[in-house]
Design a protein around this ligand. Structure first.
Ligand SMILES: Cc1cc2nc3c(=O)[nH]c(=O)nc-3n(C[C@H](O)[C@H](O)[C@H](O)COP(=O)(O)O)c2cc1C
Length: 416
């Protein structure tokens, strides 16, 4: 069967790096990907990296004589089955809507007779700007297909809203209908199409806890909640009813998910117990091990003496839930954040806490896991240790929830 070909136009946005993963995933499915980068895109990712993944040269210049003689923008635009623009910048959307053709990317988009799928990514204010909204409306009228943008956190600090690039599986799912003889259509079932957690309740904890010392000070940790929130979203996408119990984070509440906000470990345990029963619980929150034995009602003042904070242990939420008699969830997954001997500690934790799986990650300062977008985890079960390569926290979430859904299906079938 003829191989499907995608022409990927990469725009100059901060999300351009995600197109590397998109290329990798498409090629894994046997799709050939040819890439065109705008001049701005090359400021964010190098044509070298893109070319290494497409296994082809990368096209950047309209006036490259060789390209014009041997391939040319008309040929490039017509050779593909589908043109994907990811990330589509505000600027590219404006050019497309206005019919501009002043560089290779925009000329191809004018010249193509193939379906075009755009995945916009930009700051929420740029996305919501009347000019962008006007352009999007025009492009939709012109028959251009859109995927995303998603609502979420931006690369810029303290920015959230619509403008995040759609996730790679979502872009692939949106590309599918345009690839009739696609190996994707046959081999990849998009995350949102198969919903193996339908009818299940998944409870996820996320973020740090804040343990007060006095009205202004608290003990905390560097957890951002990105991994836990991503797990809640993946479970929801797989059809589950989801309860997310989160410590203080700057992430927006995920849509469609019941989100309970707490501050301390004790409050988190109470909220988890109120959230039960659940089929799967995932304890991804970085719960403080200790809290201050006393909390001053007033701000502790400098007196010249060295203040002493007496610490007491917090309740162990994972162990408590894993050892419940009547309400123990069918599948209890804990997270272990370690800075050394990661797998050994995870194995010990699995036994000591009575969990079914421990997802262990190395959070030493060199790995940039805490607060970062990527994670490399080891999934420790009583039977095995699986070490997954580094991937985005969204991908970890998706894989973990798919695995958990499969495990639940098997254990339910065995019990019947
Ligand atoms: C650090 C940085 C990040 C940017 N991120 C985005 C973005 O995410 N989305 C966007 O539409 N423009 C973004 N821009 C602006 C575009 O790079 C700029 O409009 C450029 O002209 C787009 O060119 P292109 O559409 O040809 O790729 C960013 C600029 C900078 C300097």
């Amino acid at each position: 069967m003829k191989q499907n070909r995608i022409l990927l136009i990469i725009g100059g946005g901060i999300a351009a790096y995600k197109c590397l993963d998109l290329v990798r995933r498409l090629r894994e499915q046997g799709v050939s990907v040819r890439a065109v980068m705008t001049r701005a895109a090359a400021e964010f990712v190098t044509p070298l990296s893109v070319g290494a993944l497409t296994n082809d040269r990368v096209f950047t210049d309209l006036f490259d004589l060789n390209d014009e003689r041997e391939i040319g923008h008309i040929y490039l635009s017509r050779e593909a089955d589908l043109v994907i623009v990811a990330p589509a910048t505000a600027d590219l959307l404006a050019k497309m809507a206005g019919g501009h053709a002043d560089d290779l990317a925009s000329t191809i988009l004018m010249a193509t007779d193939k379906p075009v799928l755009v995945a916009p990514a930009m700051n929420p204010r740029m996305w919501l700007h009347p000019a962008t909204q006007r352009n999007v409306k025009q492009l939709k009228n012109d028959g251009i297909h859109f995927v995303g943008p998603n609502v979420g956190e931006m690369a810029e600090r303290d920015e959230a809203g619509p403008g995040r690039l759609a996730e790679v599986p979502e872009i692939i799912a949106a590309a599918e209908p345009h690839l009739a003889n696609s190996p994707i259509a046959r081999s990849v079932t998009p995350l949102h199409a198969k919903r193996p957690l339908t009818g299940r309740h998944v409870l996820v904890t996320s973020g740090p806890t804040h343990e007060p010392i006095d009205p202004v000070r608290y003990i905390a940790n560097r957890s951002s909640g990105k991994q836990g929130h991503a797990i809640a979203q993946a479970a929801f996408a797989l059809g589950a009813r989801v309860t997310l119990v989160t410590g203080p984070v700057t992430l927006p509440d995920p849509e469609g998910i019941k989100t309970v906000h707490v501050e301390t470990a004790q409050q988190m345990l109470e909220a988890v117990r109120r959230g039960l029963p659940a089929d799967i619980t995932v304890f991804a929150a970085a719960v403080a091990d200790w809290r201050s034995a006393t909390t001053s009602r007033q701000k502790i003042k400098k007196t010249g003496d060295r203040p002493v904070i007496d610490l007491v242990e917090n309740p162990d939420i994972l162990a408590t839930v894993a050892n419940l008699e009547a309400e123990r969830p069918q599948h209890v997954i804990g997270f272990a954040a370690e800075t050394h001997d990661v797998i050994a500690y995870a194995k010990k934790k699995l036994l000591a806490k009575g969990a079914d799986w421990i997802v262990a990650n190395d959070v030493s300062s060199t790995t940039r896991v805490l607060g970062g977008d990527n994670n490399a985890v080891h999934v420790v079960t009583p039977e095995s240790v699986e070490s997954w390569p580094q991937m985005s926290k969204d991908e970890v979430a998706e894989r973990l929830m798919l695995r958990a859904a499969e495990h639940l299906r098997r254990t339910t079938a065995a019990a019947e």
